[in-house]
Design a protein around this ligand. Structure first.
Ligand code: B1M
Length: 217
């Protein structure tokens, strides 16, 4: 049985039924059998969310099940947060992160936050559906090193451009590095809109932020 089949066979049902106890049991079993918490996240939890997304697309499940699955994922992530966050090293820099306006998906963003904090970054969470004004105000008030934006919908990706333009208009664009991520976002899109970087996943976001804070000599 491959990993997608395993996730579908064991994790999918408890996820969409909101059976958090069963999900936790499965996670504990995987960890007992030697899987790292980071692998549980990518090979089990994210794999299950991909199945949820696929089944939603095929109209086999609907928004309520997707919401219950999201809640299950958030619950279990909170439980294993300490194990996935990695080694802490203080004072890496300040990151302001938000999911862009019109977009309510926050699981990926929260995972990025967990991993950044675990690696010594201070993070200010601007939440979901964060407007360009909110990003601008955060840069003015908090003076972060990095602004990170997340988008999960093809229809909200363009909000990233709105934020970049708003930062430019306020004369803030040179004060901060802007990085982007989320399922429909790509490196090419980052280059196209003039963002400073793109990361495909949470560990990638940590690496990107580290590189930004310590550029090669
Ligand atoms: Co929605 N949804 N959803 N959804 N949802 C998707 C995204 C979708 C692909 C499902 C599908 O059709 N296959 C689809 C988007 C299609 C598209 O635009 N191409 C979709 C849709 C259509 C919708 C609605 C429009 C449905 C409706 O109402 N008819 C609606 C929109 C609401 C809105 O936002 N305005 C909607 C609603 C919802 C729920 C609220 C029910 C729920 C979200 C709850 C929540 O987040 N609290 C939900 C969910 C759960 C999903 C899926 C199933 C799972 C998303 C997820 O959490 N994945 C998703 C299908 C899928 O992704 N396969 C889907 C796990 C998470 C860990 O991964 O968020 O990709 P991800 O984060 C990754 C990377 O992308 C990266 O790191 C993370 C992993 O390490 N990353 C970053 C993320 N942000 C980053 C920022 C960075 C760097 C990396 O900064 C530098």
């Amino acid at each position: 049985m491959n990993e997608t089949q395993y996730a579908e066979e064991f994790y999918f049902e408890p996820f969409i039924r909101g059976n958090d106890g069963r999900v936790e049991e499965l996670v504990r079993q995987d960890i007992r059998e030697g899987m790292s918490a980071a692998d549980v996240v990518s090979r089990r939890l994210i794999a299950t969310m991909e199945i949820v997304g696929r089944k939603f697309q095929n109209a086999e499940i609907f928004v309520p099940e997707m919401m219950i699955a999201a809640r299950s994922m958030s619950t279990v992530l909170a439980k294993i947060k300490d194990q996935i966050s990695g080694e802490s090293s203080e004072g890496q820099g300040l990151v302001c992160i938000g999911t862009v306006k019109g977009d309510l998906h926050d699981i990926g963003k929260n995972l990025v936050i967990t991993m950044l904090e675990g690696h010594g970054f201070r993070v200010i969470d601007l939440g979901v559906s964060a407007s360009a004004d909110k990003f601008v105000k955060a840069v003015q008030d908090e003076n972060p090193d990095i602004v990170a934006m997340s988008a999960l919908l093809t229809t909200t990706m363009s909000e990233m451009v709105v934020v970049l333009n708003a930062l430019g208009k306020e004369g803030l664009r040179d004060r901060v590095k802007v990085i982007i991520g989320g399922a429909p976002v790509t490196q090419a899109y980052a280059a196209q809109i003039g963002a400073d970087g793109y990361a495909a996943d949470a560990p990638g976001a940590v690496n990107l932020c580290r590189t930004i804070m310590r550029p090669a000599l």
